[in-house]
Ligand binder design. Structure first.
Ligand SMILES: *[C@@H]1O[C@H](CO)[C@@H](O)[C@H](O)[C@H]1NC(C)=O
Ligand SMILES: *[C@@H]1O[C@H](CO)[C@@H](O)[C@H](O)[C@H]1NC(C)=O
Ligand SMILES: *[C@@H]1O[C@H](CO)[C@@H](O)[C@H](O)[C@H]1NC(C)=O
Ligand SMILES: [Zn+2]
Length: 421
């Protein structure tokens, strides 16, 4: 028996060392701030590249602090009269412990005759996503058209799935974006489930062409698997800075720079200029192409976490976007239907009012430049308990409730009321 224990301990130790997605998080802490003006102070610290604000939605702001910057942050908070609790002492250890509690990675098998399915019991690697998309194309050649709309900084493909409409008559187009923020793993997972359901749900093709990019930031996603589970940005090597990455959801060229940082070390670094990044440029170009030929009626960018459906504008608290009442009305339909299966509440709110000012995001550009009627940012589960490291047991239910809400949304905005999707 003793021999066996030894073997197991050694194996665990080896597993520990090879598990490098936590390496860069060693001695990083999670702090929760108390006091007034915490949002202003944390926003400033974030723009200065000193902290990673994890949860902007509530009054109790949580942020990740690196060991290098902890002292400066502590002094700033002290000066501002803000106290804090250390929720997590060492994020790398914390995440490894969570991992050990979970069972092994589930290997989902398939047979030669079964249809391809995105995984529901584990998060997929980028290679697994590419495998799934390839299988989908082979299985449904007349229903889908999967093309690369461009390449990332490191040269990976950004895949677009066009779920084609059927029959004659005018159709509307819908655009879905997933995975623009690397660490929000539930976003590509849900986007792939929506794609999978859409392909099989043929009658939607009578009304809509759906375009979906399930993984908009492949480089960042890979990095969140290999080096840093909390990686958010792309993998741009910034000039004149040791810090890597641009926040792709601050890089869209519409009121560019409001509520975003010019500091390359910040998690919300906007980049050198609007559309400076190949990932955002590829998305923009592909969306323009859809808008030129079809009636692009809705854009949804999937993120996590917070359980809110945000509508533009994010760049201003005073300027109301066109069709705001319609966006709220249809958003409420989404929220009400998404709640049915598991009771999950998605709150519908304006992105600037709910959060701090945010510009350069997909939804603002789609609304402001493309003038898409329904433009949203959807923050998926949860409300912060697990946050970015949402458990794999939540993949299937989140996918299901979002599918139900999404279907209701499509039904509500359908171009021909005599046809039911
Ligand atoms: C797929 O989409 C690409 C890019 O839009 C287009 O060039 C190609 O003709 C399409 N293929 C099919 C079979 O529709
Ligand atoms: C459901 O719809 C009503 C109005 O139709 C709205 O007041 C409510 O906030 C919606 N959302 C949820 C989660 O129930
Ligand atoms: C998008 O399409 C709409 C409707 O055809 C059009 O009014 C608008 O100018 C287009 N936007 C761009 C940026 O091409
Ligand atoms: Zn995000």
């Amino acid at each position: 028996m003793q021999g066996w224990c030894l073997v197991i301990v050694v194996l665990l130790a080896i597993a520990d060392f090879s598990n490098s997605q936590y390496d860069e998080l060693s001695k990083h802490q999670i702090w929760q701030l108390n006091g007034k003006d915490v949002d202003l102070v944390s926003t400033k610290l974030s723009e200065d590249g000193l902290v990673d604000v994890l949860d902007l939605s509530g009054a109790r702001i949580k942020m990740r602090v690196s060991p290098e910057d902890a002292e400066v942050v502590r002094e700033t908070l002290l000066r501002e009269g803000i106290t804090y609790d250390v929720l997590v002492e060492d994020l790398a250890i914390h995440l490894k412990m969570q991992e050990l509690k979970k069972s092994d990675r589930v290997t989902e098998t398939c047979t030669a005759t079964s249809c391809p399915e995105p995984f529901k019991e584990s998060y997929m690697t980028f290679e697994e996503m590419e495998w799934y998309l390839e299988e989908l194309q082979k299985t449904y050649p007349s229903r889908v058209n999967i093309t690369s709309i461009g390449k990332s900084v490191e040269g990976r493909d950004i895949w677009q799935v066009h779920i084609k409409s059927t029959g004659c008559g005018p159709k509307s187009a819908v655009w879905l974006e997933g995975g623009i923020h690397a660490r929000e793993w539930i976003s590509p997972a849900v986007t792939l489930q929506l794609i999978n359901n859409l392909v099989k749900h043929c009658s939607i093709g009578k009304l809509f062409d759906v375009y979906a990019v399930p993984m908009a930031n492949p480089d960042g996603y890979l990095y969140s698997w290999s080096n840093n589970r909390f990686w958010r940005k792309n993998r741009r090597k910034n000039s004149n800075s040791p810090c890597v990455g641009v926040d792709l959801n601050r890089n869209w060229d519409y009121y560019y720079g409001v509520g975003a940082s010019s500091n390359p070390c910040s998690e919300v670094f906007k980049g050198d200029s609007g559309f400076s990044e190949p990932e955002t440029l590829a998305l923009k170009t592909a969306m323009e192409k859809v808008n030129e030929t079809k009636n692009l009626v809705m854009v949804i960018a999937l993120h996590s976490f917070g359980q809110v459906l945000l509508y533009p504008y994010g760049w201003s608290t005073t300027v109301e976007a066109p069709n705001t009442p319609e966006m709220i009305e249809k958003g409420n339909i989404f929220a009400n239907v998404s709640k049915i299966s598991f009771g999950t509440i998605y709150t519908v709110q304006n992105s600037a009012v709910g959060y701090s000012l945010i510009s350069g995001a997909t939804d603002d550009w789609a609304k402001g430049v493309l003038q898409v009627k329904y433009s949203y940012t959807l923050e998926l589960r949860d409300e912060g308990a697990q946050g970015f490291t949402l458990g794999t047991d939540k993949i299937a239910p989140t996918g299901q409730e979002i599918w139900e809400g999404f279907m209701a949304l499509l039904y509500a905005i359908r171009p021909n009321k005599y046809i039911v999707p």
